[in-house]
Design a protein around this ligand. Sequence first.
Ligand code: NAP
Length: 253
Amino acid sequence: MNHVLITGASAGIGEAFARQLAEQGEHLILVARRRDRLDAIADDVRRAHGVTVQTLAADLTRADGVNQVIERIEHEDWGIKGLINNAGFGERGAFADLDHGRQMDMVQVNVNTVVDFTHRLIPRLREASDAFILNVASLASFQAGPQMTSYYATKAFVLIFSESLHEELKAEGIHVSCLCPGPTQTEFADKADLAGSLLFRMGTMTADDVARIGLARRHKAVVIPGFRNWLLAVLAQMSPRLVVRRLAGLLHK
Ligand SMILES: NC(=O)c1ccc[n+]([C@@H]2O[C@H](COP(=O)([O-])OP(=O)(O)OC[C@H]3O[C@@H](n4cnc5c(N)ncnc54)[C@H](OP(=O)(O)O)[C@@H]3O)[C@@H](O)[C@H]2O)c1
């Protein structure tokens, strides 16, 4: 039986992916730290849609977090038709003042985990038809972001990684897509200390809408949900870098 594996499925955009894919009849493997949340979502969607859902609690800041998940997949010999690298977090503040361990954890979850899962699951994706990899980056991927320095850099990595992989794997029929949401109503802003920022006060999308657009366009290399977000990404790429990075710094205030 083939599954879609979703990281960060216990809340926000990841939870929305899980509920929408279950509605489409997909079998799921849900990964995050909060097992109670994963189990509650799994119970809901099993009852509503009759799909198979596996929940694997793993802390992806730990190097062995990915190992635990991969070992279980190999042990059970679960097929994988989709990989959604969604788990991630950000943190607002001056880089030099932020906690060293949390910055390292951010790089681990937002970057290393994406590379690790992707490389280790490609062999299984190759065995499925119409397979896909959907990596969740951000509008932050298109520019520098003072006061969120590491976060913007991690998301730039995800965008470039995904675009290159899109070209490499398309001949094999594996769609690789990078979803770049703007401000979205999830737990993200509170955890990143961004809730009161100008960026989030300017307007947000729902996690449901972001996930729906991401899934519908998962054959495209880069997906920016929402017209306003698309416009911001285009302007960021056309304007002088000095202007763009200074504006980004203001939006985090
Ligand atoms: N919301 C926004 O405005 C926005 C905008 C652009 C991009 N994004 C990106 O969208 C993705 C999803 O974020 P969201 O907005 O849905 O935020 P969220 O509501 O905070 O959800 C984040 C998910 O990631 C999981 N996660 C975080 N750290 C983890 C760890 N160490 N190990 C395992 N799982 C971990 C969380 O689960 P546990 O806490 O249970 O582990 C949760 O399921 C992220 O990559 C984020 O960077 C968000």
